[in-house]
Design a protein around this ligand. Sequence first.
Ligand code: NAP
Length: 293
Amino acid sequence: MTDRLDGKPVAAAIDARTRDAVRAGAPPSLVSVHRGVDSPFRFYLRRQARAAESVGVAFREAALGPTDGPEELVARLRELDRDPSVHAVLLEHPLPAPFDFRRAISELRPEKDVDGVGAVNLGRLVSQRPTHVPAVARAAIAIARHYRLPLEGEPVAVIGRSETVGLPLAICLAGRAEGMHATVTIAHSRTRDLGRSLAGARTIFSCVGQPGLLDREVVPEGAAIVDVGLSSVPDAAAKGGFRAAGDADPVVLDGWASALSPVPGGVGPVTVAELMSSAVRARDLLARGGSSG
Ligand code: NAP
């Protein structure tokens, strides 16, 4: 029997704390910057708007125009950084060329870089003094903690090493915060033998975006899986002809993995809840005049 690591109760607990925190000051404001109507980010934006309304965060979108390029994006972020009414800014990522995500995000002061993906925030995370930690990493960890998955002192694997998802998550898990101290293996596309790298792992965090990657061949029996991967796969029976899928194959892993977070309904809702919580943190940090870093 494989336990289902449902994200909804985890998100609900985070939202309850966020609502209390929101009331302790001025309404936090979050701006989500994206490329416009064609962006695959749109689905995530709708979720952000709903979650913000539910916890009391003032949310708005800042969409680039159809002819706007990298310079306009940089100018938009510079403007938002200067705007005292804005506490937190999220920038769509990944961004296609010619946009330069790194250059654009560097326009934000670390307190406003709410997803913690700018160079300063990633550096602070490595130095164990984070200002903001990427919401998806916090979400994956929140699920693992809620369901008491083996972490501290245990062999844990992270598959994926992007600087916005896999790597920050691995740094958190290996870090010195309470309940972390995991012994972390990081696998990626150049890993020669994924099954050998995962052998012995008690908890696996998969951050790839490749449906079916995790099956009985590579997952050690009894491991728990937090599935961060999110892909859209054709499905004639689904509304619109597509459905969301994670990296793990839930059918073949049923009865093999000890626990698995579903996609959808696992990491996704918790990520949005963590983002709202970070927006409140941004408000508080700015009110105190910044982070100590
Ligand atoms: P990404 O930048 O494309 O990174 C994917 C990572 O997977 C890379 O490190 C890549 O290795 C590795 N990889 C690719 N093929 C592999 C293989 N066969 N075996 C092992 N590793 C492999 O994607 P991302 O932005 O990190 O996002 C990862 C996944 O998380 C995506 O599915 C994304 O949609 C999802 N996501 C979900 C949420 C949520 O809220 N649920 C939020 C953010 C992201 P290399 O480094 O060698 O290329």
